[in-house]
Design a protein around this ligand. Structure first.
Ligand SMILES: *Cc1c(COP(=O)(O)O)cnc(C)c1O
Length: 425
């Protein structure tokens, strides 16, 4: 078996940056990435035969830990019958019934292959339904890499954004308004500056993609009310938070009914998947019922459905949310105690099994305050944790994830390693 170093050298020749998704390249924490040859429970096994306690959990999906026996068995069973049929298959119906039972706001649902496809399609649907072109998104919320969503705030922020990637036409950016999160006044101003033009507001209701950031009390209620008042649809992007922070995601915790919801990650049980759903009168506009086109050769894939169904059934059986929150608090409290002993300013926003360690002296409540955190110190901390056998997200601006497999020895050991890393900063 090749070492991580030799694999990375080979990868760099043929794969841009040596990786198939940029955050894996370790650019923001320094060093080069390790390759993983196996994963089980809370543990990654690297190509160099190191065992690491994993707080990335494949960026969210692995809420039951890696390679859970029930999910593995479900995939193996589905495999007996074939990998893809190109026709409707029974597990798609079962999956739809499960999703609707977890998310009361979803009356109809369409499966796709990634979170990016889910948000892209939900936005097309919102535009088709409202017959309006513009959308509102928030700085620091990530919704996948489609053109309308890789937009950052521009000089005319209230009316249009700027491309956040080369290759995105300015004409697309002109249709996306990017506003600060947690700022009700900015949202009202955004609606006022674009009267009758906003098709939808898309939001990560609890942000997981600038690190973990929670909204102020009442903020999401304000967003809901503003959408209703202006005839815009509200899209909750719960690709990360759905099934993770509660059975029914943030909308259950906050008691809010969005018009559309996008899902992914956990519903694939570790295989590629996405979904979007919501009010039946809106969903009925999708082809073949209506004029909004959306399709996918592998959508509703029987292996992905089997893995996802097993993951959701496990959530139903275990109801792990209180246990996961206890693990999250244990980790947070250990970091806060070590930082206090050292006199180091640190913020550890945490809810259930999501958390971020920001080296900042002020609470992080939006993109701008997240950027004030000390990323250099985070890099140092990250490398010390990795040396101690704990893998945190390789960026100062990503959320960490905990699984039920972390219970017991893994979380205790991680608390020791993180505390020591802080002490030695
Ligand atoms: C991961 C993520 C996406 C994109 O999902 P992919 O499967 O990576 O395309 C979209 N929205 C949110 C909130 C995410 O966390």
């Amino acid at each position: 078996m090749s070492s991580s170093e030799s694999l990375f050298t080979r990868a760099l020749q043929l794969i841009p940056g040596g990786v198939n998704s940029p955050v894996r390249a370790f650019r923001s924490v320094g060093g080069s990435p390790f390759f993983v040859k196996a994963a089980h429970g809370a543990t990654l096994v690297t190509a160099d035969d190191r065992e690491l306690i994993d707080f990335v959990c494949t960026w969210g999906p692995a809420i039951h830990g890696h390679n859970h026996p029930r999910i593995k068995a479900a995939i193996a069973h589905a495999l007996e019958h074939g990998t893809s049929f190109g026709t409707p298959n029974p597990s798609e119906v079962e999956m739809a019934e499960l999703i609707v039972s977890f998310f009361p706001s979803i009356q109809k649902v369409r499966m796709c292959n990634s979170g990016t496809e889910a948000t892209m399609s939900a936005i097309r649907l919102a535009r088709g339904f409202t017959k309006r072109d513009k959308i509102i998104k928030f700085s620091g919320c990530y919704h996948g890499h489609s053109d309308s969503l890789l937009i950052k705030a521009g000089s005319g922020a209230l009316t249009h954004g700027n491309p956040d990637s080369a290759g995105i036409p300015a004409a697309f950016a002109a249709q996306t308004v990017v506003l600060p999160f947690n700022d009700p006044t900015a949202l009202d101003a955004g609606f006022a500056a674009n009267p009758g033009q906003i098709a939808c507001v898309i939001i990560e209701p609890y942000i997981g993609n600038t690190g973990f950031i929670q909204p102020d009390p009442g903020y999401l209620q304000h967003v809901r009310a503003a959408c209703t008042a202006h005839g815009a649809l509200l899209i909750f992007d719960e690709v990360m938070t759905g099934f993770r922070l509660a059975r029914g995601g943030v909308q259950e915790l906050e008691n809010i009914v969005p018009d559309l919801t996008t899902l992914g990650k956990i519903i694939g049980g570790g295989l590629p998947v996405g979904a979007f759903g919501g009010r039946a009168d809106i969903m009925n506009l999708i082809a073949p019922l209506g004029p909004v086109y959306q399709a996918g050769t592998l959508s509703g894939n029987p292996l992905a459905m089997a893995a996802g169904i097993a993951a959701l059934q496990l959530l139903d059986e275990l109801n792990p949310y209180a246990r996961l929150d206890a693990l999250g608090r244990q980790l947070r409290d250990a970091v806060l105690a070590a930082a206090r002993a050292k006199g180091l300013p640190v913020q550890v926003p945490q809810c259930g099994s999501m958390f971020t360690i920001f080296f900042a002296d002020q609470p992080v409540r939006d993109y701008d305050t997240a950027l004030r955190a000390d990323a250099t110190r985070f890099g140092q901390f990250f490398r010390a944790c990795l040396a101690g056998g704990v893998y945190l997200p390789p960026s100062a601006y990503e959320a960490g994830f905990i699984s039920t497999a972390h219970e017991g020895a893994a979380i205790d050991r991680a608390c020791t390693v993180l505390s020591r890393a802080i002490k030695e900063l």
